[in-house]
Design a protein around this ligand. Structure first.
Ligand SMILES: Nc1ncnc2c1ncn2[C@@H]1O[C@H](COP(=O)(O)OP(=O)(O)O)[C@@H](O)[C@H]1O
Ligand SMILES: O=c1ccn([C@@H]2O[C@H](COP(=O)(O)OP(=O)(O)O)[C@@H](O)[C@H]2O)c(=O)[nH]1
Ligand SMILES: [Mg+2]
Length: 214
């Protein structure tokens, strides 16, 4: 028990996050998923292990994904980063993506799924952390339809709104959407469109929530 608890430590930040046990009996299954080959065996070798990482803007998705990668060696795909890369490369969708991000809205599913698909198919990795996607039920359905796959598990960073706003406004990465007006819009979109996806995975028994505490 101690050994397992200790294995959680890389994931717990100094300012305090903790895994909430939705499924007590399988509480630590998530860590076994990260550290062993069990997931691919369970799936009969049919596809890679997929973990979606969800949470509001500034909830810590990217920060924690970096820790998971360092400690457990999964491949991190940030949907937001893929979209920002697309803008920077002046692709045909660049202007549409930029305007959507500035408005705090959601980029058409086909665009995002095709970027994720390209990354997954060009990688040798068998375990992916997909960060910041799906952001709506429509995103989720498009991923399932196009990729023919579902996530094995879903992590949700449940952070108070005030803390998320403070973090985003102090992020200093020069992002066009890290300003108070866009953050307010992103929070609305998160509540209206992303929470239903999170609830969907909770009902499917796939959700692991990381709660914030002071
Ligand atoms: N546990 C934490 N305590 C304090 N600040 C944090 C914590 N996790 C992340 N941050 C900071 O908050 C900001 C947003 O974090 P980030 O990982 O980019 O969130 P997200 O990807 O969910 O938007 C960053 O500046 C990051 O350094
Ligand atoms: O699947 C996605 C991921 C991101 N975005 C857009 O990209 C922005 C930034 O996303 P990111 O995940 O980088 O933001 P974070 O939540 O990490 O602050 C979002 O507000 C959306 O406008 C999107 O449309 N679909
Ligand atoms: Mg992020």
């Amino acid at each position: 028990m101690w050994r397992r608890a200790a294995s959680l430590s890389p994931f717990i930040s100094s300012s305090g996050s903790l895994i909430r046990n939705h499924q007590t009996a399988y509480n630590f299954k998530i860590w076994e998923s990260f550290t062993t080959e069990i997931p691919t065996q369970v799936k009969g070798g049919k596809g890679p292990f997929i973990c979606f990482v969800l949470g509001g803007p500034g909830s810590g998705k990217g920060t924690q994904c970096a820790k998971i990668v360092k400690n457990y060696g999964l491949t991190h795909l940030s949907a937001g980063e893929l979209l920002r890369r697309e803008i920077a490369s002046n692709s045909e969708y660049g202007t549409t993506i930029l305007n959507t991000i500035k408005e705090g809205k959601i980029v058409p599913s086909e665009v995002t799924v095709s970027l994720i698909q390209k990354e997954m198919e060009s990688s040798d990795s068998k375990k992916f952390l997909i960060d910041g996607f799906p952001r709506s039920e429509e995103n989720r359905a498009a991923f399932e339809r196009i990729m023919g796959a579902e996530p094995d598990i879903v992590l949700f960073f449940d952070c108070p709104e005030e803390e998320m706003v403070n973090r985003v406004l102090n992020r200093n990465e020069g992002r066009v959407d890290d300003n108070i007006d866009t953050v307010r819009k992103r929070l609305q979109v998160f509540k209206a469109l992303n929470l239903p996806v999170i609830n969907y995975y909770a009902r499917r028994g796939k959700l692991y929530t990381v709660i914030f505490f002071f």
